[in-house]
Design a protein around this ligand. Structure first.
Ligand code: SF4
Length: 220
């Protein structure tokens, strides 16, 4: 992909200098916790998920617990995370599969993870990096997509194509940490509405910089 903005390595170096994010903004102790929390985080804030999982993870500790709990009860606990019916169904179905096919363990490959209900590449990449320290993809969420487009790292609009462009630009060893770095900048400065280019380290060269009188490439 031909880029139109700053050099990709300059962007990453700057973000690494600016932020020291945790491996995940979600609270978790086990790979199963992280998988469940990541599913709950779809269209929900990390803050809300962390409130919900505080009690959830005390009550439900392994796949058997998730399979045994009545669906209605699980729905009630996760209700405030939104789309709770689908999320409860995914979690119970995938826990059943973990017990049937994976000895009750969360699998450690992208291929196996994306075969679980409700798990796409983004969720799988987060779990692989967070729980197993494996760089098998770049978790391309809404912040990553917006920043990649604004910074001219991609012209694509879909998650899969944006991830592919980023994977071409960045060495595999950086893939896992990129999600939290992009989120950090996306929350602090390059917010969805009212981006604060005047405070941004990229303001002089970014192809979406308001300081340079540029339009927002994430909207084009
Ligand atoms: S200059 Fe503006 S648009 Fe570009 S990355 Fe910074 S905040 Fe975002």
């Amino acid at each position: 992909m031909k880029r139109i903005g700053l050099r990709p390595e300059i962007i990453l170096q700057a973000l690494k200098r600016l932020y020291r994010p945790p491996r995940s903004f979600l609270n978790w102790k086990t790979p199963l916790d992280l998988l469940v929390a990541t599913i709950l985080s779809a269209q929900c804030t990390d803050k809300r998920v962390n409130i919900v999982t505080q009690s959830l993870f005390k009550k439900l500790r392994n796949p058997q617990d998730y399979v045994r709990i009545p669906r209605r009860e699980l729905e009630q606990v996760i209700h405030s995370c939104g789309t709770f019916r689908a999320k409860a169904r995914y979690i119970q179905e995938l826990c059943r599969i973990l017990l049937e096919k994976h000895q009750g363990k969360v699998p450690r490959t992208m291929e196996e993870l994306v075969h679980l209900p409700g798990v796409g590449r983004k969720t799988a990449a987060i779990v692989l990096y967070g729980a197993f320290n494996k760089n098998e993809g770049i978790a391309t969420d809404t912040h990553v997509m917006r920043l990649a487009r604004r910074l001219g790292l991609t012209r694509h609009k879909t998650q899969g194509k944006i991830e592919r462009d980023l994977m071409e630009f960045y060495p595999r060893k950086e893939w896992g940490r990129m999600n939290a770095l992009f989120i950090s900048h996306g929350r602090a400065v390059c917010t969805a509405k009212n981006r604060q280019c005047e405070k941004c380290v990229f303001r002089k060269q970014c192809p979406s910089s308001l300081e340079m009188g540029k339009g927002d490439l994430s909207r084009s």
